[in-house]
Design a protein around this ligand. Sequence first.
Ligand SMILES: *[C@@H]1O[C@H](CO)[C@@H](O)[C@H](O)[C@H]1NC(C)=O
Ligand SMILES: *[C@@H]1O[C@H](CO)[C@@H](O)[C@H](O)[C@H]1NC(C)=O
Ligand SMILES: *[C@@H]1O[C@H](CO)[C@@H](O)[C@H](O)[C@H]1NC(C)=O
Ligand SMILES: *[C@@H]1O[C@H](CO)[C@@H](O)[C@H](O)[C@H]1NC(C)=O
Ligand SMILES: *[C@@H]1O[C@H](CO)[C@@H](O)[C@H](O)[C@H]1NC(C)=O
Ligand SMILES: *[C@@H]1O[C@H](CO)[C@@H](O)[C@H](O)[C@H]1NC(C)=O
Ligand SMILES: *[C@@H]1O[C@H](CO)[C@@H](O)[C@H](O)[C@H]1NC(C)=O
Length: 574
Amino acid sequence: MIFWATVFVLSAVWRSALSVTRYSIAEEMERGSVVANLAADLGLELGGLAQREVKLDIFHNKKYLDVNKKTGELYIVEKMDREYLCQTKTTSCFLKLDVIIESPLRIFNIELGITDINDNAPHFRRDRVELDVSESATPGERFSLPNGVDPDVGINTIKTYKLSNSEHFTIEIQTGSDGTQYVDLVLTKSLDREENAVHKLVLTAVDGGVPVRSGTANIIVRVQDTNDNPPRFDKQIYTINMTENSPIGTLVKKLNATDLDEGPNSEIVYSFTLYTSEKTQDVFELDPNTGEITVKGTIDYEDMQLYEMHIEARDKGTHPLLGQCKVVVHVTDMNDNYPEITIQSVKNTVDENIPVGSVIALVGISDRDTGHNGNVSLSINQPMPFILNKSSDRPMHYKLIVSAPLDRESVPEYDIKLIVTDAGTPPLSDNETITVHLLDVNDNAPQFPQSFYTIRVMENNAPGALLSSLTAFDPDLHENQYLVYFILEREIANTSMSMLFSINPENGNLYALKTFDYEIENEFFFHIEARDSGSPPLSSNVTVHIIIVDQNDNAPVIVSPWRAHGSESEHFNI
Ligand SMILES: *[C@@H]1O[C@H](CO)[C@@H](O)[C@H](O)[C@H]1NC(C)=O
Ligand SMILES: *[C@@H]1O[C@H](CO)[C@@H](O)[C@H](O)[C@H]1NC(C)=O
Ligand SMILES: *[C@@H]1O[C@H](CO)[C@@H](O)[C@H](O)[C@H]1NC(C)=O
Ligand SMILES: *[C@@H]1O[C@H](CO)[C@@H](O)[C@H](O)[C@H]1NC(C)=O
Ligand SMILES: *[C@@H]1O[C@H](CO)[C@@H](O)[C@H](O)[C@H]1NC(C)=O
Ligand SMILES: *[C@@H]1O[C@H](CO)[C@@H](O)[C@H](O)[C@H]1NC(C)=O
Ligand SMILES: *[C@@H]1O[C@H](CO)[C@@H](O)[C@H](O)[C@H]1NC(C)=O
């Protein structure tokens, strides 16, 4: 307890008409401090006082004062607390006492005024006060704060209040009709819970004493959330690549909108907006609570390459706020479609002499995939007298062209296997076979196995004897290989060969028509031609050399004189 260092001396001594002696002291004076010299003030003799009985009758249950019989001084036995003695907050506080001196009996009435000193600091009944203030409170709104208490009186009691520095609050002090001060907390600037949810203020009550005393209370202002923040996505557009045929349940994207508010004001429900097509909603599912987008249907690149989802996030505030975003899904192609071959026109039968460069077929190729997966090429599986030539005006179209002369007699038909392959990984392919039959053309002349025949015939042969069979071969077909044989007449000078020989036109059998006589003629030359029935016909001829072989059919004759060879002679049969 603070008390004055020097004794605060009572000076006012006065006597009232009612014979009440009044003194005034400051409260809290130390024990032993002298209040007054009663002997002097009351006109008592010091010497006699020691023998007389002096009694102090204090109208209180505690003995605060006593009288020194030797000196006649009234002094303090027990410290006096003004606030204890005079609990009513009046400005004047008296301690009444009677000094009773016996023999002879004398009674003095004394009133001891106890003046206030600033021995109490202001304080608050609760040193921590919590206030809930809505975030939407407008500047000017007031909130009552508890008053401070200071038992001292006058200037020593609370004089003013102070508030710690605050951007948002100040205090105003109202004084009631009884002089009591009321403190209001006043909002000066709008609150934002998201910026600062709790404001810690210190309210200080200050008294007017010297030195100044003060007491504090912590004011905790808790800002109550209002739904003033919409949910927000960190991006407006999310772009995602998904491969087609992704299995159902595959996570596409987990959306995460944030709402700075708290409680239901920050709890978010996700949904597709009306701008999201039915088709897209058939393929993708959005979990309203977790914001997860998953695959629900079949993603087919060939059907759709791009999906757009318009999504809103709505908080659960009483007046919900919205945030929006867009999710764009680009579908990536997989090599899931086989390439295809379309034969648009084909000549399945062609003449074998078709010119090089002639078009046999028009072929289209296609693949529903894109990029590498749809980059198709057409080829022929093995070397053939055909090539594929890309159409210059129609992409993905080929002409199948004859690239070398054809010959039915060597290869009568071709199975041309066309293979289409894409460039996917792994590549897919398909094939189609074009069969081309070659039609015969009379491009081969009949061929005799030999170009020159020498046939020996014994003279005296029987007429009609078969001499030989001269068979030619023609590799062509049908009438182009159907041969007719005949003897070429014009080569024979005078004699008609057909008088001597005949040939079966159908099979080339050569017969002698008469009996030859070596001694008359011993050889013949003629040509036989084989001619096919094509149009125009082709033919070839061979030279036939008939040699008549001598038999010993003539008896020797004496010729005298010698006759030239070949002259008339007589024949004898043996
Ligand atoms: C999506 O694919 C494109 C090319 O098709 C690529 O440029 C882009 O980086 C991809 N995006 C993601 C998120 O993978
Ligand atoms: C959402 O984002 C916030 C902040 O970016 C993060 O703290 C939170 O963990 C995220 N939630 C989920 C479910 O990813
Ligand atoms: C298709 O493949 C060919 C050969 O592999 C290549 O030259 C061409 O650039 C490819 N085209 C595309 C569109 O990928
Ligand atoms: C292939 O076609 C081009 C024109 O499209 C042509 O110039 C070229 O001669 C053709 N090639 C063959 C072998 O026919
Ligand atoms: C051609 O296609 C058939 C099925 O259409 C397949 O069995 C065969 O293996 C293919 N041949 C080649 C050479 O690609
Ligand atoms: C051939 O016949 C012609 C008449 O047609 C005749 O003049 C000629 O003498 C004959 N030659 C021989 C060798 O018989
Ligand atoms: C016989 O054939 C040869 C070629 O082999 C030809 O030059 C000749 O003219 C032919 N003779 C006849 C009569 O047709």
